[in-house]
Design a protein around this ligand. Sequence first.
Ligand code: ADP
Ligand code: MG
Length: 266
Amino acid sequence: MTIDTYFAAGNEVQMFELAFGRHAPVMLTGPTGCGKTRFVEHMGLLLGRPVVTISCHDDLTSSDLVGRFMVAGGDVEWLDGPLTRAVKAGAICYLDEVVEARHDSLAILHSLTDHRRTLYLDRTQEVVQAPPTFMLVCSYNPGYRSSLKELKPSFRQRFITLAMTYLPPVHEAELLASETGVDPAAARRLVACATSIRQADSAFHFEPPSTRVLVTAAAMIAAGATEIAAAEACVLAPLSSDGAITDGLREIAAATLLAPETSTTS
Ligand SMILES: Nc1ncnc2c1ncn2[C@@H]1O[C@H](COP(=O)(O)OP(=O)(O)O)[C@@H](O)[C@H]1O
Ligand SMILES: [Mg+2]
């Protein structure tokens, strides 16, 4: 297994390359665990640029992004934050789950996302011009039902949006087999199980099972767990907050997976 295995779902690789060449920022949307982070890492390797990842959360301040003065041995020194370091290095700066960050923290990005491509560090009076290889990439999950947060439309419109989703079933099953070494037939059954749940999603009212949980379940099966046990622990139980598996979910699992007695891990 190499970390750079990325299965493209559509034209996202080409669109990302074009955006990189145009010095345009990119917004990745799509459900949790559909491959957004993996895609950015892949593009960093493909384009030969380091990726600086910043996980956004609601305490994130603009100082956390650009840097701050720190006391070091009696002296006060400016320390660049990850955004500033990424701009200076001409890296790909990846703001993961950008919707979690407060709007006022994100205002610092405006001058980087338009023709100026410049970061203004008010505290040090420094003006940092982004080199051509600097790229800003953000991700967010618009369908996340329990989230009350939304990005401002004016912010969203600064980006080229690449809408990502789960791979087509055949490719998702290939991914599971290549990531975990699980038997290809078991991989296909796991994907069939997930696909049924995703299709019934509107009836269930929860975030659908991600490719990430399928990778975990496949790894458990490859290690010797039965298909039903792996699916229950990795795919079904995490869907509800109390880990309870509904009868509907059990039926889907029973209809798509091998029963424990006959399950093999060949
Ligand atoms: N298109 C893909 N190509 C390769 N691996 C993928 C892909 N989509 C999902 N995965 C697998 O699922 C896991 C979670 O993907 P990740 O990129 O972290 O999702 P996200 O950032 O969208 O939440 C990855 O570690 C990888 O094993
Ligand atoms: Mg991610």
